[in-house]
Design a protein around this ligand. Structure first.
Ligand code: CA
Length: 418
């Protein structure tokens, strides 16, 4: 066995969220992303590699593995392109849901749920994660293993470790990727992933792999590319370790009363279902909420005019896997549909359109001018921008949902210019 210094062990964190951050929607990203800078590393790749090799060997990576992995490495331009790319617009709730929960995906997911029932039941007995959720994650991450990414993971991570923008983070991931190779879980030519190094059928970063991957079929290798048994064992081991509750679902669509205080629609506000019931919250079909004692929050992914959801502990666990509210709703909702439930009761409005990057920057600039701190105007509408929108709404006696819908954006911009 190789020796690993404690810092390598200490970075076993769920980090998949970072990868999808840049695609996050208006109401989605849990944190404002730092403005991307266009710096490049002044240290030549060969020079960087020399220094990094010393680090890797000190961390216990074998020289054979290292030299083989870096035999012909050079920074991958396409990886830097994806890393620098800024989304042109923020996808709306409806745009996101339509894209992630297609009819085809539901039908295929239902077939796969039946086909792999013995494996999924076995995993459920061991880890306590309901089969429909495992299939939902699998479907959303890689379309059930179809798209696991074509970038050699070491090449991609080394490119991002050499690049100064997030070098520290990717250097740690790279060291763990080399450790995974060293341990023989996967051959180097099969270690493919996303441009940012997310690997296999459920897109684990090397740190997630190191912390949670599980050799389900007991062949001595944790193979998240080719062994569905390992894939399902690993996903449920991960979810179970971060606190998944097998006796609960993720949440449900609800209906809010017309006098609802929208400031309560916040993941930081938790109440028992009976309290929400007292406040007039009902199931989407208008009937009473279930009579179970469970802490719940209300989320409004498309503002107060859009659908409302009451969400439970497992919803928060999905958000550890991926820090996006939309992703978490998509996983939960797909899982429900795999089980035979119908679609959302709320309907997509006719005027649903994404906010363009330029409009988002104009909104953030306007909020700053008006004294509501929206942070650096970067066109990515994260939590800071939403908080500023909410402050604006409270100050102006508007429903305080923090959601920048088109007419509100127009109003804020014209007020700042007027
Ligand atoms: Ca295995």
């Amino acid at each position: 066995m190789i020796r690993m210094k404690s810092f390598l062990k200490s970075i076993i964190l769920p980090v998949m969220a970072v990868i999808t951050m840049s695609f996050a929607n208006i109401s989605v990203s849990a944190q404002d992303t730092e403005t991307k800078t266009e710096t490049t590393n002044s240290v030549a790749p060969a020079e960087w590699l020399n220094t990094f090799k010393q680090t890797a060997l000190k961390e216990g990576i074998s020289e054979i593995t290292f030299d083989k992995a870096f035999a012909s490495w050079e920074p991958v331009e396409k990886v830097l392109y994806y890393d620098r790319r800024q989304p042109e617009f923020s996808r709306t709730f409806w745009g996101y849901i339509e894209r992630s929960i297609s009819k085809e995906r539901i039908e295929r997911g239902r077939r796969l749920l039946k086909e792999h029932k013995p494996l999924l039941n076995e995993v459920y007995q061991k880890f306590g994660v309901q089969p429909r959720f495992l299939v939902a994650f699998w479907g959303l991450e890689t379309n059930f293993g179809d798209y696991t990414g074509g970038f050699p993971v070491v090449d991609a991570l080394a490119t991002l470790a050499h690049d100064p923008r997030r070098s520290e983070f990717f250097t740690k991931e790279l060291l763990l990727a080399l450790q995974i190779l060293d341990q023989g879980h996967i051959a180097q030519d099969r270690m493919l992933g996303s441009w940012a190094g997310a690997m296999g059928q459920t897109q684990f970063m090397p740190s997630t792999f190191t912390g949670y991957a599980f050799d389900g079929d007991n062949d001595g290798k944790k193979d998240l590319w080719g062994s569905l048994t390992d894939v399902m064992y690993s996903s449920s081991n991960y979810l179970s370790q971060i606190g998944w509750n097998k006796d609960q679902t993720w949440g449900r669509e609800v209906k809010l009363p017309s006098n609802f205080n929208y400031e309560l629609a916040d993941l930081n506000v938790q109440k028992d279902l009976s309290e929400w019931q007292k406040l007039g919250v009902r199931r989407a079909n208008g009937t009473d909420l279930p009579l179970v004692v469970i802490d719940a929050s209300i989320v409004l992914p498309a503002g107060h005019k859009g659908p409302a959801f009451v969400v439970y502990n497992n919803f928060r666990k999905i958000m550890i896997w991926n820090r996006s509210i939309l992703y978490a709703i998509a996983v939960g909702h797909l899982a429900d549909q795999l089980q035979g439930k119908g679609g959302l009761v709320a309907k997509k409005p006719a005027n649903d359109k994404p906010l363009h990057r330029d409009e988002a920057i104009a909104l953030q600039t306007a909020l700053n001018i008006l004294g509501f701190n929206a942070g650096n105007p970067d066109g990515i509408l994260g939590s800071k921008t939403r908080a500023a929108v909410k402050e604006y709404q409270i100050r102006n006696d508007l429903p305080a949902d923090g959601y920048p819908e088109a007419s509100l954006v127009e109003r804020i911009i014209s007020e700042a210019n007027g």
